[in-house]
Design a protein around this ligand. Structure first.
Ligand SMILES: Cc1cc2nc3c(=O)[nH]c(=O)nc-3n(C[C@H](O)[C@H](O)[C@H](O)COP(=O)(O)OP(=O)(O)OC[C@H]3O[C@@H](n4cnc5c(N)ncnc54)[C@H](O)[C@@H]3O)c2cc1C
Length: 417
């Protein structure tokens, strides 16, 4: 999708048209799309090769559809293992099964594959960005030990720990006191060369455990565990000291259903602050991905959210901005107010709120909801074995209802500055 009119307008007065700081998933995908569209793009990251850090490790459903639409599915499938069935468990029993294409991967290898797919025209600079000066017509980017770079538009995609925002007065607001814990590690089968199922999800029971997800990645079986518990909780501590015993105690019949296992890697862990950026409607600079808003890892919507950012930015807003001689704050505000982006951001917050309460809400209303939710799934699964068509219809109705009853969080993104 080459933007010919833009190429004619391009003056070359800046070193690059679009500088993207951060070559994680959101920055790399953005560079790919804007490079393909014919803009002069520079992607800057402090790492030539993304380090082995624990982030998203599986995608499915809507995320795959979006990547396909953006013609970015090939690098994902090159770096991952596909699987099509997940056995779901609750309280020691199989609850139901979900079907559909998913991909499991290690994040660093996904980023490597996405970077390998960058068009040759994208200039990849390895360096630590250490200063920014922004404005409607020109952005100045300082990189440690290198010459300053100028650009017409600056995309900040530096992830959740990005401190550069401070240079231009962008702050981060934490949403609530909920800090989900995420753990990632490899499992190896014992007494057999493979597990009984390709993938399994085991839901907690209002005990602060959201879910444990087991799935294949290239060369390993990976476990992702998401909790809403205090990091000082004794069981959390036991996860580091005696991980297998801790899992067996918390997830009855896991070994019988999935197969016996040992822990085959170190235990990676994260405490995530759910935050979003304030004061970001500024001329010449736009924030995407985790740099704009982090999401609760347990709900698995971080990639969906960043793909919405990337798609709306690259296909709707950047083409309009590049037609102009300056990119003022009103134009930038149109991105944050984009109806599709706003709907996605709001949905991420609502879903996080819902998960938090489903995972650990102790009042009667949440206890009843939880019981009703799992009972409904068991009944649906029973119907499915007798009449798959009827079960599909009921499932469809349930999904529509679930969307409408998810509680609204205290935050209204439309009112953020
Ligand atoms: C433990 C965990 C589990 C998760 N699980 C899921 C899940 O199951 N499903 C889901 O959808 N989402 C999940 N997420 C969320 C998902 O991983 C993130 O939303 C996504 O990775 C964010 O990508 P990003 O490109 O915005 O940031 P990142 O991938 O963090 O990339 C930021 C990049 O910016 C670079 N950078 C930063 N500052 C500078 C600087 N000053 N100069 C140069 N370079 C810089 C960094 O080197 C890095 O490469 C999870 C997150 C975590 C932490």
């Amino acid at each position: 999708m080459t933007n010919r009119r833009y190429l004619e307008l391009s003056t070359g007065e800046t070193d690059t048209d679009i500088a993207i700081v951060g070559g994680g998933l959101s920055g790399t995908l953005t560079a790919c799309l804007l490079g393909r569209a014919g803009y002069r793009v520079t992607l800057i990251d402090r790492h030539r090769i993304f380090p082995q850090e624990f982030r998203v490790e599986k995608v499915g459903g809507e995320e795959i559809e979006k990547l396909q639409r953006l013609q970015l599915l090939a690098p994902l499938s090159a770096a991952s293992l596909p699987f099509d069935e997940i056995v779901n468990m609750h309280r020691g029993r199989v609850l139901d099964r979900t079907y559909g294409r998913n991909y499991g991967f290690f994040y660093n290898r996904l980023i490597a594959a996405m970077r390998a797919a960058l068009p040759e025209t994208v200039n990849f600079v390895v360096g630590q960005v250490c200063g920014l000066r922004t404005g409607a017509t020109q952005q100045r980017i300082s990189i440690l030990g290198q010459n300053e770079m100028t650009a017409r538009l600056l995309v900040l995609a530096g992830g959740m720990g990005d401190i550069l925002r401070r240079d231009i007065g962008i702050t981060h607001r934490s949403i609530g006191a909920r800090r989900p814990l995420a753990f990632g590690f490899n499992l190896r089968p014992l007494r057999s060369n493979r597990f009984r199922h390709p993938a399994l999800t085991y839901y907690g029971d209002g005990d602060g455990i959201d879910h444990l997800s087991l799935f294949p990645v290239p060369g390993a079986t990976r476990a992702n565990l998401f909790l809403f518990r205090d990091p000082r909780d004794p069981w959390v501590k036991s996860l580091y000291d005696e991980p297998k015993q801790a899992l067996v105690a918390a997830f009855p019949s896991l070994v019988e259903t999935f197969g016996d296992f040992e822990i085959a890697s170190r235990i990676d862990s994260w405490i995530t602050d759910i935050t979003f950026a304030e004061n970001c409607r500024q001329a010449g600079v736009v924030l995407i991905g985790d740099a704009y808003m982090t999401s609760c890892p347990a709900i698995g919507l971080g990639v969906s959210r960043l793909l919405t950012d990337v798609e709306r930015l690259c296909t709707v807003h950047v083409p309009q901005w590049m037609e102009e001689t300056s990119i003022d704050s009103t134009r930038i505000a149109a991105f944050y107010g984009d109806p599709e982006k706003l709907a996605m951001d709001t949905n991420v917050l609502r879903t996080a709120d819902h998960h938090f309460n489903m995972g650990g809400g102790t009042d009667l209303s949440w206890r009843l909801r939880r019981q009703f939710h799992f009972m409904q799934r068991r009944i649906l699964s029973g119907i499915d074995s007798l009449s798959p068509a009827l079960a599909a219809k009921l499932q469809h109705l349930k999904t529509i209802r679930a969307r409408s009853v998810v509680r609204s969080p205290s935050l209204n993104l439309k009112s953020t500055p």
